[in-house]
Write a new protein. Structure first.
Length: 481
């Protein structure tokens, strides 16, 4: 890597090797070769004898492009100003028996667009298992903490209690929807196929002397040889850029899930209730030695914001395509498509690391509940008193007065909520003094949270992960700094 040139941190710092490889030059040019090979195979099968067995053999032997060939092709490209033709020449020089038939009948988009579709599908095949594992790890966390009461927040103001595990199911449910969207988008990807310059297949019709059936069979056979079920029935020169919208949309939607979840964890870190994993030697701040910053979640939010915006690139590009194609899709797609998958890949690795080691502080959680619960318990206290024969209105008034006193202690004196002590000292409440502890048991304030977690994990999560159970691992995910 050069120190004198900008390199995108997406690949230089964060993304996995496998995802970087999908969008690498070697994979791009080797995939073009694979497309040329399969075109030749199908053309020969359909009777084009100019394509010899030997030509096909030579192409098969050199599917992986070498560094030397990439260099030669770039020299050629500088001369002819055309990347696909430069690679046709280079491939032909390596495979002399094929040099006259490589790319026969095809237009550049036969390789460029079909290859892009292959990359998009391969990239989905990398992120889907990672998403599955994030869901799996978070589900174990939800199971472990399904009963642990925690203060819930609405408007980021204390609300009723929930449980730590129940809150995690809110994140998991969104991730399940992302998984559904990823799989759907992945399975919807087809090939552009063998369509010619404006999509009419004119060159192939000429090649097969007007035999329509053979042209159709060629399109079908190449699709099949490349392992796709679908070929788009009609195209212009390119596949419709609307496909890019459908491919990027689940990723941008996932970005929102990741951002929300990481934000929740950052807020929890501030409350000291839950922290992302922290390493023994990690330094939080160069000056404030005690600091433990939620830097992984901050990275998630940072990158998620970028990913969320990439959807817009695809929408704009699809909107401005003119007739059978314009080339203003090219430069932006080279940036947004790889960026979207590299960013998704990084987000998932980071979430995988975070969800493997979330640290929970039950004592802090309990202490915060204790500060708020007395107020929440007033309704139950009123009902318990009424059962002992008191008038609801009288109890309400007594509690109102004591509550205001306790609130003044908290807000004006900075003290702890002492409502319960005040109730204990007030003779009026004597009939329920012995019940106060059980009236204040936090686990009686969480409603059906534990049962909801159990059901959700046993039904929804289990069913969604079932098809992927072989890709669930407990591997560690090392992150770069
Ligand atoms: C998370 O990443 C850090 C930094 O690379 C690594 O030390 C740690 O083992 C990872 N944790 C897990 C559970 O993958």
């Amino acid at each position: 890597m050069s120190n004198d040139k900008y390199a995108t941190p997406l690949s230089s710092r964060y993304a996995s090797e496998e995802m970087s490889h999908v969008f690498s030059l070697r994979n791009r040019f080797s995939t073009w070769r694979k497309l040329w090979l399969n075109l030749a195979i199908a053309e020969r099968e359909l009777g084009l004898d100019v394509i010899t067995e030997e030509a096909i053999e030579q192409m098969k032997q050199h599917l992986q492009i070498t560094d030397e060939e990439i260099k030669l092709a770039s020299i050629e490209e500088a001369k002819v100003r055309h990347d696909v033709m430069a690679h046709v020449h280079t491939f032909g020089d390596t495979c002399p028996s094929a040099s006259g038939i490589i790319h026969l009948g095809a237009t550049s988009c036969f390789v460029t667009d079909n290859a892009d579709l292959i990359f998009l599908r391969d990239a989905y095949d990398i992120v889907i298992p990672k998403l599955v594992n994030v869901i799996d790890r978070l589900s174990k966390f939800a199971e472990e903490y399904k009963d642990l009461p925690v203060l819930g927040w609405t408007h980021f103001q204390p609300a009723q209690l929930t449980t730590v595990g129940k809150r995690a199911t809110l994140w998991i449910q969104e991730l399940l929807w992302d998984l559904r969207n990823f799989v759907r988008a992945r399975n919807d990807i087809g090939l552009r196929g063998v369509k010619g310059t404006t999509g009419t297949q004119a060159s192939f019709l000429a090649l097969f002397h007007g035999d329509h059936d053979k042209v159709e069979a060629l399109d079908k056979r190449v699709t099949e040889l490349l392992g796709f079920d679908t070929v788009y029935p009609v195209t212009g020169q390119t596949y419709s850029r609307k496909i890019d919208i459908d491919v990027l949309s689940p990723l941008s939607s996932f970005a929102a899930t990741a951002h929300k979840m990481a934000t929740d964890i950052r807020l929890l870190a501030n409350l000291k209730e839950i922290e992302e994993p922290f390493e023994k030697s990690q330094i939080g701040s160069s000056a404030m030695a005690y600091k433990r910053n939620p830097m992984r979640c901050e990275r998630v939010c940072s990158l998620a914001r970028h990913l969320g915006s990439l959807y817009n690139d695809a929408v704009q590009t699809a909107s401005v395509q003119w007739f059978e194609r314009t080339l203003d899709d090219s430069a932006i797609r080279r940036i947004s498509l790889p960026s979207a998958f590299l960013t998704t890949d990084i987000l998932l690795s980071t979430l995988l690391n975070i969800t493997s080691g979330l640290v929970v502080y039950p004592k802090v959680i309990e202490r915060r509940i204790k500060g708020e619960l007395p107020f929440m318990a007033t309704e139950n206290i009123i009902m318990a008193m009424v059962e002992k024969g008191a008038s609801r209105q009288d109890v309400h008034e007594e509690i109102r007065v004591l509550s205001h006193q306790a609130a003044a202690v908290v807000k004006q004196e900075g003290g702890d909520n002492d409502l319960i002590e005040r109730i204990k000292k007030t003779e009026f409440f004597a009939p329920i003094h012995s019940e106060l502890d059980s009236l204040l048991d936090p686990s009686t304030f969480v409603g059906r949270a534990p049962q909801q977690v159990e059901k959700f994990l046993a039904n929804d999560v289990k069913k969604a992960l079932e098809p992927f159970k072989d890709s669930i691992t407990s591997e560690e995910v090392k992150l770069s700094v």
